[in-house]
Unconditional design. Structure first.
Length: 181
């Protein structure tokens, strides 16, 4: 039975033991992750925070939901959002959720969610219009990026070393060797 967004929000705020996502009206528990997954997400978040102006952007890791109007609320491993988006929700006492496209969204590969991310989450991020979407593989030590083009399509690139620019955030880049050290 499909779950309404209102019911989902209530559950997500009241259940302290489970991290919930909503996919096309269906509840999905976000599973636990490996140490490599969590370390990679933390290192990415730290690198972004160190390079971004805190008056312009905030970074979240496994915290905020990204929503779409088809009863979908997903939690990326890492995201960057403009401070203006945060200000809109300040003081609302509601589940932190953003409908507007974001400049950067990343998922770190894990055995439990690898195919789910590719088959379900990435198409949703693209449908939202998020500007740059990354898939980071902590075991293969690779990064795959999808960058939104002016016509709404996405260009895909693969990296297996060096420095990866975050094109949606000018002047920001990730040194792969530091991410995977």
């Amino acid at each position: 039975m499909p779950v309404s967004e209102k019911t989902f929000e209530q559950l997500a705020l009241e259940d302290d033991e489970t991290t919930w996502e909503l996919v096309c009206g269906r509840l999905r528990e976000k599973p636990g992750m490996t140490q490599e997954h969590n370390t990679t997400a933390t290192r990415l978040m730290t690198a972004l925070v160190q390079q971004l102006d805190e008056d312009e952007f905030e970074v979240r890791s496994n915290a905020a939901h990204l929503s779409r109007p088809v009863s979908t609320c997903l939690i990326p491993d890492v995201l960057v959002l403009p401070v203006s988006n945060v200000a809109e929700q300040h003081g609302t006492m509601r589940l932190e959720s953003y409908a507007a496209p974001l400049p950067f969204v990343a998922e770190v590969w894990s055995k439990s969610t690898g195919s789910y991310d590719v088959d379900t989450k990435f198409p949703e991020y693209m449908a939202r219009g998020d500007l740059e979407i990354w898939r980071i593989h902590p075991y293969d030590k690779t990064i795959t990026t999808w960058r939104r083009q002016p016509d709404g399509s996405y260009d895909e690139s693969h990296y297996d070393g060096g420095v990866v620019p975050v094109e949606s955030l000018p002047g920001v880049s990730i040194v792969m060797e530091r991410l995977f050290r």
